[in-house]
Design a binder for this molecule. Structure first.
Ligand code: ACO
Length: 449
């Protein structure tokens, strides 16, 4: 099947936000450290009434409704996440409640930090290319730093994206891609009793740039083996995994430098030998490339700067931001360069070509259906840092309850509740799923508001 790619996108992020300037003050940082130094405006977060399963249900149900998807045509569902709620039961199985009447759906969940959803997308696109049936890809994460990574709490975020994959799509995913992987401890989550990662911040940003250079080398080699020349000038837009805006300014700057050096052809296959610019040179490079950043990357930064790092979903929030902000007539025929990065680590360069789509899935409809981005942005509830901390404490309390040791002589009936959301109030918007209760045997029930 040809021209397989993304035919519809649904985005969700929670209502509560903290201003980065308030984090600067609370953390006793100098004014501008997070807003200018990291380039972030606000950070989205949520309480115990939402989890990555409720996020996923919200985006999938809205995707099905808005696009009147015939569920019999769906053959695969893939979920990318690093916010593990259950070590066995996949989020995909929870989503099967939205596909009643069609149990014959392949796929399950994929995890590796922020990379899982890109792997999910590749699997889904390959499946649809082979069989022609539709796939659905979900990226869903809640990024919270605390405990061993408390210093990075202002680089959290939360959100989910669902994408419908079909033949003859308006966003065709190119066959050429280059994936690299290595064993590094830059960010990992070995302690399942906390929601927080262990992070080597500087190492993670270095690894990100080294992985960018290595995958760039790889895709150049791939193109040259096909008799083509890889050049960043072939792409009208660029999206990068966006933990914070300064990271993608540096990525764009470094990539521009790497791409200009067409003489460098030596294959370097060891990540750790890749030299990245020192801080002074990087600042200079970022300055020099500001104009092309504004043109090629700028339109993708709308949502990530206002909600923060939604891990697997961030790259697709960037893609959705371009489609939401740029005029439709400008988008038709354009190419988007994509860089995915997940600590640990796995990275990929891949690309998307935009066209006007088919009668069933036109580009105009895809864009129209993304108009709820503005509604989500506008319906924010801005909180103070102490309010944010109280909500984080409530999440922690809920998680601790689910980590009580199992007692086989427990007098509690299995269906006794250990957690319930009585009334979620305005933090949950209309049509959004939330976690209604968790029973003593740790079964979760969700309802739609
Ligand atoms: N005004 C303007 N800029 C300022 C100011 C100020 N008052 N003060 C500092 N800055 C700048 C610094 O110069 C620096 O900019 P530069 O990088 O261009 O030189 C920037 O602010 C940030 O500097 P620091 O505050 O010193 O860095 P910080 O200690 O916040 O560490 C880090 C940043 C490592 C990213 C940390 O937040 C972290 O560990 N985050 C989580 C890990 C992460 O997101 N990694 C990215 C890839 S992996 C992933 O996606 C999870």
């Amino acid at each position: 099947y040809s021209n397989v790619g993304i035919s519809a996108i649904e985005v969700y992020f929670p209502t509560r936000r903290v201003k980065q300037e308030d984090f600067e003050e609370a953390d006793k940082r100098s004014k501008g450290n997070y807003t200018i130094g990291l380039g972030q405006i606000k950070m989205a977060f949520t309480g115990p009434e939402e989890d990555v399963i409720s996020f996923s249900k919200t985006v999938v149900q809205r995707l099905l409704e808005k696009n009147a998807v015939d569920i019999q045509k769906v053959g695969r569902i893939e979920v990318g996440t690093e916010t593990i709620v259950d070590h066995s039961k996949s989020i995909k199985t929870y989503l099967m409640e939205h596909f009643l009447g069609n149990p014959f759906i392949e796929g399950c969940d994929t995890y590796n930090a922020c990379y899982g959803a890109t792997s999910a997308l590749f699997n889904a696109v390959d499946y649809t290319r082979l069989y022609g049936k539709y796939s659905i890809v979900v990226a869903s994460d809640i990024a919270i730093y605390g405990g061993p990574s408390l210093d990075a709490r202002h680089t959290g975020g939360a959100g989910a994206v669902a994408m419908l994959i079909t033949p003859n799509a308006p966003l065709v995913v190119d066959l050429d891609r280059k994936v690299m992987s290595a064993h590094v401890y830059d960010f990992h989550k070995p302690n399942t009793s906390i929601e927080f990662p262990y992070v080597e911040g500087k190492l993670s940003t270095d690894c990100y740039l080294q992985a960018l250079a290595l995958t760039h080398q790889g895709i150049k080699q791939l193109h040259s083996s096909q008799g083509k020349t890889f050049s960043m000038s072939n792409y009208d837009y660029q999206i990068f995994h966006a933990p914070f805006n300064k990271m993608i300014m540096k990525a764009h700057a470094f990539l521009t430098q790497l791409d200009a050096d067409q003489t460098k052809t030596d294959p370097t296959t060891d990540l750790s030998t890749i030299v990245i610019p020192d801080p002074k040179s990087m600042t200079e490079l970022v300055k020099q490339t500001k104009q092309s950043f504004d043109e090629k990357v700028g339109p993708s930064t709308l949502v990530p700067r206002l909600i923060g790092n939604s891990y697997t979903a961030t790259l697709f929030m960037s893609l959705a931001s371009i489609l939401h902000t740029e005029p439709e007539e400008k988008l038709n025929g354009k190419s988007v360069f994509c860089f995915s990065y997940g600590s640990g680590l796995i990275a990929a360069i891949w690309s998307v070509k935009i066209n006007k789509g088919s009668d069933e899935f036109p580009l105009s409809k895809l864009i129209h259906n993304l108009s709820n981005i503005q509604t989500l942005l506008d319906s924010e509830i801005v909180t103070t840092v102490p309010e944010f901390e109280a909500v984080m404490k409530a999440r922690e309390d809920q998680l601790n309850l689910t980590h009580q040791p199992f007692n086989k002589n427990s007098p509690q009936p299995k269906d006794a509740l250990i957690y319930a959301t009585e009334n979620p109030g305005p933090v949950i918007g209309s049509g959004v799923f939330y976690l209604k209760e968790i029973t003593h045997d740790l079964r979760r029930t969700y309802v739609r508001k």
